[in-house]
Design a protein around this ligand. Structure first.
Ligand SMILES: Cc1cc2nc3c(=O)[nH]c(=O)nc-3n(C[C@H](O)[C@H](O)[C@H](O)COP(=O)(O)OP(=O)(O)OC[C@H]3O[C@@H](n4cnc5c(N)ncnc54)[C@H](O)[C@@H]3O)c2cc1C
Length: 292
């Protein structure tokens, strides 16, 4: 196990494996994992968090990989930096929705610090990964003293800044299932200024077989505590040509299913108005990419 130092009253450890992280978490329930530190350090500086221990994930190499399997699924380790995800060649076709979301996080400095695991664990509803992971149908892999378990991204984000993570657990990966060959992955983000957290996000995976919509999954982010997907409404567009009316109806249904709030970035009403327009734009971008 890596060195442990006493820095003021906070114990700092640098374990080198997931098992060691789990052991350290089980020994001190008030300890926190620190990945990039982009959000955690700000919260500590503001005294919103005062962990008794900091468990650095920096040297845990097993969560610092991105791997594509023979079946086309892709596993992104929790320790992957946003910059690395944003430039990964493994994320093609429909999977590129995750790559594109990572590329729109903040600015190069934050993308060079922050990690996928830190972002999903922090669970800021305005963050970029949640809707992209929900759209692609990802599972979040979690390790704890029980071993490993997976939770669908659509169930992982449970409330404002709340997740399915239990005490003593850490996120180890996001597992993206295979996407249909020839699919497109599109990520639309509206922010007040480039690099800011989003007002609203739409993430989509679309595949067409000629004029027929053969695969559709779409999620809205930034408009409530967790990303919103409507699988039944998605299904209603499958098996036929895409029509303006059908797309408008889906956008409206998604807008009605969200639970946005008024905040410094925008009002809830503005967000509800935006969603159908962003959905329409996502379809047109994806169709253009697919040459449909
Ligand atoms: C100026 C600024 C602008 C930003 N803009 C955006 C933006 O536009 N879009 C966006 O999506 N995000 C944005 N962020 C957030 C950024 O993406 C952070 O990197 C991310 O939220 C936290 O990642 P981290 O690796 O730094 O985690 P840390 O700050 O190290 O940790 C965050 C929290 O997650 C926990 N944690 C970390 N890793 C794990 C793990 N593997 N398992 C369990 N718990 C873990 C920590 O204990 C802590 O509670 C911004 C941040 C800053 C500072």
């Amino acid at each position: 196990m890596g060195e442990a130092n006493n820095m003021s009253e906070t114990r700092y450890s640098e374990p080198v494996s997931v098992d060691e992280v789990v052991t350290l978490l089980s020994e001190d329930e008030d300890a926190k994992c620190v990945a990039g530190g982009a959000s955690l350090v700000a919260m500590m500086n503001a005294r919103l968090l005062e962990p008794t221990g900091l468990i650095s994930l920096r040297r845990v190499d097993e969560i610092r990989t991105i791997e594509k399997s023979a079946d086309g699924s892709v596993q992104i380790g929790a320790g992957m930096l946003h910059r690395e995800v944003a430039s990964s060649d493994e994320l093609e076709g429909g999977h590129s929705v995750v790559r594109r979301a990572a590329a729109q996080i903040a600015n190069p400095v934050v993308r060079n610090m922050g990690t996928l695991g830190g972002s999903v664990s922090h669970a800021d509803p305005a963050a970029d990964y949640p809707s992209a992971l929900a759209a692609v149908g990802a599972d979040i892999e979690i390790a704890g003293s029980h071993g490993r378990r997976t939770v669908p991204a659509t169930e992982f984000f449970t409330d404002w800044y709340e997740t399915a993570l239990q005490s003593g657990e850490l996120v180890t990966a996001a597992i993206l299932p295979p996407v249909p060959p020839g699919s497109a992955g599109v990520y639309e983000k509206l922010a007040k200024v480039k690099g800011d957290l989003g007002i609203a996000m739409v993430a989509m995976v679309l595949a067409m077989d000629g004029d027929t919509c053969s695969h559709l999954s779409i999620a809205v982010g930034g408009c409530g505590p967790a990303p919103v997907r409507l699988p039944d409404a998605e299904k209603s567009l499958l098996g036929g040509a895409l029509s303006e009316a059908g797309i408008r109806e889906l956008g409206q249904a998604l807008s009605e299913a969200t639970d946005p709030v008024d905040d410094v970035r925008a009002s809830a009403d503005f967000r509800r108005l935006l969603i159908p327009r962003m959905v329409a734009r996502a379809f047109s971008t994806a169709q253009e990419e697919l040459g449909a």
